[in-house]
Ligand binder design. Structure first.
Ligand code: SF4
Ligand code: SF4
Length: 218
């Protein structure tokens, strides 16, 4: 098997490592594709955020680039009317119950939602989908960090860091669908749980949900 394959993304010829997922090849070559839930080291992506759609020549429908392995002579488009529509809808759904208060948010200026909005010309404040009422109590029990569920986009990156990088397993998803939340398995505060406070979840969070207390602006 060849170590590399030749693909085309947005008319650019690219040499990609065989077996690599399309999303990472694009990003490594400075071609931005919106993404929130993907983790490079993860063998099988959940493709749950529905943001990384692309069109591939020969395929009838747009596909998620985090799940597509590159193959020889693959021809990819990262933008089209269909893709832009899909990404816009997924983005608006994600933001429908998001506590949008960037000025008070510790992630302001370093937030993946802000980056997606800027790159794709999308609005952070949206009115299309009705917000769902939830309990959004902040857990500030750890010494150096806190968790604000009102800013969580349910990407699952913190869970992956907790389980696979830290090897702890203190947090996970509870409930299903639109009622999903990140919580400790016992439903107790992080300080009362088996969390070791290694802070890998904070490093993994692409928005202002897990954050360092010292950075908190309000
Ligand atoms: S997580 Fe991002 S979009 Fe949400 S309030 Fe914070 S900075 Fe703004
Ligand atoms: S807390 Fe952050 S990393 Fe964890 S699921 Fe929510 S947005 Fe993703």
């Amino acid at each position: 098997m060849n170590d590399y394959v030749n693909i085309t993304i947005d008319d650019r010829k690219i040499k990609a490592r065989a077996g690599e997922k399309l999303l990472w090849v694009a990003l490594d070559n400075d071609i931005y594709i919106p993404h929130l839930c993907a983790v490079r080291e993860k063998e099988r992506s959940n493709a749950s955020c529905r943001l990384c759609f692309v069109e591939i020549e020969g395929m009838a429908r747009p596909v998620t680039s985090c799940t597509q392995v590159v193959r020889e002579e693959m021809v990819v488009r990262t933008r089209s009317t269909r893709i832009d529509r899909l990404v816009k809808t997924a983005f608006e759904l994600l933001l429908s119950d998001h506590n949008l208060s960037c000025r008070e948010c510790p992630a302001n200026g370093n937030c993946e939602l802000q980056k997606i909005a800027k790159e794709r010309g999308l609005k952070l404040r949206q009115k299309r989908f009705k917000a769902i009422e939830r309990d959004h109590t902040v857990d500030d029990s750890p010494d150096e960090f806190a968790f604000d569920p009102s800013r969580c986009v349910l990407c699952g990156r913190c869970i992956w860091a907790d389980r696979e990088e830290a090897g702890v397993g203190a947090i996970g998803f509870a409930n299903r669908g639109i009622n999903s939340v990140i919580t400790t398995f016992e439903g107790v505060s992080l300080a009362e749980s088996i969390c070791t406070q290694c802070k890998l979840c904070v490093e993994a969070c692409p928005v202002g949900a897990f954050y360092y207390k010292k950075d908190k602006k309000a």
